[in-house]
Design a protein around this ligand. Structure first.
Ligand SMILES: C[S@@+](CC[C@H](N)C(=O)[O-])C[C@H]1O[C@@H](n2cnc3c(N)ncnc32)[C@H](O)[C@@H]1O
Ligand SMILES: Nc1nc2[nH]cc(C(=O)O)c2c(=O)[nH]1
Ligand code: SF4
Ligand SMILES: [Mg+2]
Length: 215
């Protein structure tokens, strides 16, 4: 687990227990991507990521120190009062121990999804794992095995090859998605459409929230 330099010993203890986490933002919106596109969901975006995707659309999340340490019990109450499906994202949410957060969410009857690069071990009880593997820090085998959904980002042509390599690592029931890197969408969407027609084990995923201009 990462150490936040500016925390007190008491805060560090609560972070290790998962009762205090750096939260960049939390908001009720509609899942824009992948298998659950269109589903009303509450997003919890944890700060901290060292994977370093040059095209990452939430670079502000990377530095955990920039995000307020937040009381997990209060966050759980707020999230579950608004939605049944809670999506934990980041940053890289698996940099943190999610045992306490997910236990509390489940006690309130929530269904829990995660968006992850898979570069760190799974923790907690998660109902739906969306794995989006990255070349710079490959996903761990255990996360590949647990993935319900594989969402590979296409930035350039080589990413189709990388996507096939990662598809060979997930279980046979894992649903496979190709999603264009947003800034390359005009060039890549026709390539992805052709690829999916030729390789129908893949589906495309669009970042529909960006077209709709919602969070
Ligand atoms: C911001 S990441 C946070 C969760 C985790 N770190 C991960 O990468 O899966 C959430 C999702 O957005 C995708 N993503 C990030 N930047 C993107 C971009 N510029 N275009 C398309 N998808 C992007 C990621 O691959 C991931 O599937
Ligand atoms: N609407 C919406 N859907 C999303 N699906 C994954 C997101 C993420 O940033 O993890 C995301 C997001 O930021 N907004
Ligand atoms: S792993 Fe996720 S949060 Fe981290 S840099 Fe890549 S896309 Fe951004
Ligand atoms: Mg996003």
């Amino acid at each position: 687990m990462i150490n936040i330099a500016s925390t007190t010993a008491e805060e560090q203890r609560l972070i290790e227990q998962g009762k205090l986490l750096p939260v960049m933002e939390h908001f009720y919106t509609i899942q824009g991507e992948g298998m659950y596109t269109g589903l009303a969901s509450y997003f919890i975006r944890l700060g901290g990521c060292d994977v370093g995707c040059h095209w990452c659309d939430v670079k502000d999340s990377w530095d955990a120190e920039k995000h307020p340490l937040t009381n997990v019990d209060e966050l759980v109450d707020l999230a579950t009062s608004q939605a049944k499906t809670i999506i934990i994202t980041g940053g890289e949410p698996l940099m943190w121990d999610l045992t306490y957060l997910t236990k509390k969410l489940h006690e309130k009857g929530a269904r829990i999804h995660i968006e992850t690069s898979g570069a760190y071990p799974l923790s907690g009880e998660i109902d739906w794992v969306c794995l989006s593997p990255k070349k710079m820090m490959l996903p761990l085998d255990d996360v590949c095995t647990a993935a319900h959904e594989l969402k590979c980002i296409i930035f350039n042509n080589h990413d189709f090859e990388f996507a096939e390599e990662q598809a060979a690592r997930v279980g046979k029931d894992c649903t496979l998605f190709l999603q264009t890197e947003w800034s390359k969408r005009d060039k890549n969407l026709p390539l992805i459409i052709d690829y999916v027609k030729e390789n129908p084990k893949w589906r495309y995923s669009l970042q529909t929230h960006k077209y709709l201009d919602i969070p």
